[in-house]
Design a protein around this ligand. Sequence first.
Ligand SMILES: NC(=O)c1ccc[n+]([C@@H]2O[C@H](COP(=O)([O-])OP(=O)(O)OC[C@H]3O[C@@H](n4cnc5c(N)ncnc54)[C@H](OP(=O)(O)O)[C@@H]3O)[C@@H](O)[C@H]2O)c1
Length: 279
Amino acid sequence: MIVGFIGAGKVGCTLGKYFSSCGIEVAGFYSRSYEHAKQASEFTQSHAFLTLAEIVAKCDCLLVTVSDSQIAEVWYDLCQLPIGNKWIGHCSGLLTSHIFSQNKVVHPFAFSLHPLYAIYDRFDCFSDMVNVSFTLEANADIIPALTEFFAKLPNPIAILPAIKKPLYHAACVMLSNQVLALVQIGVDLLNEQCGLDQEFSEQAWHPLFLGNANNACRAGIIDALTGPVERGDVETIKQHIMAMPDELKPIYQQLSTILLNISRKKHPNRDYKQLELEL
Ligand SMILES: NC(=O)c1ccc[n+]([C@@H]2O[C@H](COP(=O)([O-])OP(=O)(O)OC[C@H]3O[C@@H](n4cnc5c(N)ncnc54)[C@H](OP(=O)(O)O)[C@@H]3O)[C@@H](O)[C@H]2O)c1
């Protein structure tokens, strides 16, 4: 099975390099700009294709690693070519394999394969991939063949039903992107509201944030939990809410309510009723 990548961006370059390192034969890249396909081919010691027709002719499996909004357009172009027996996949967390449909019939060898990782660079992330999990979504008939093929990767791969993809993707966003929103709130409070020097606060929040993230991964969320909610420290929470700018009070209270639920699991015999009234 020879794989070709359509879209020489962050995911295309990263998976291209990673797949080859795992023994999957990668023919090369086709992209909107030939220059980018060329860079990707040099990075992966593969070929840069000038046309979609050429990459289709050379590959048995095409991974459409363009941005989500471009997948349907590429699919339209692919449908003009002989793709009847080709495996065609994309890497979107949200979209399903059903995007590869003609006259409401899904291509029999369509799939989506989503890496649960923030791939922020074309050439810098491939060595991180060994620890990354994937989800695979496809028609039940081809799951066994896909699973067998992707078993070349040492990564955990879970099968996900198409209907779950929107919620699944929202969960991934909460675990990744939205954490950054919370970090931004904390940093702004330290710098703008508390007047701490930017250099100082950067040094200060990195170990606070990374230590907590590491603890949660190592020990699990319940065991990693510390802080005033877990301690049932009503006075502290009252003061936080009072000091907090009005627009941030709801998010602080909602997150604290979630922490309260975790705290109850951790300390089933502790009385959190007073704290609950404050939230
Ligand atoms: N980045 C992540 O963290 C991440 C994680 C998981 C899944 N994904 C998914 O992976 C897919 C790719 O995302 P990405 O972050 O790699 O995007 P990206 O860095 O923007 O790369 C997209 C590439 O697609 C090429 N392209 C766009 N339209 C095209 C077309 N019509 N024909 C041929 N090539 C075209 C672009 O080509 P040129 O550069 O040649 O113009 C660009 O290099 C998306 O479905 C995304 O949801 C991304």
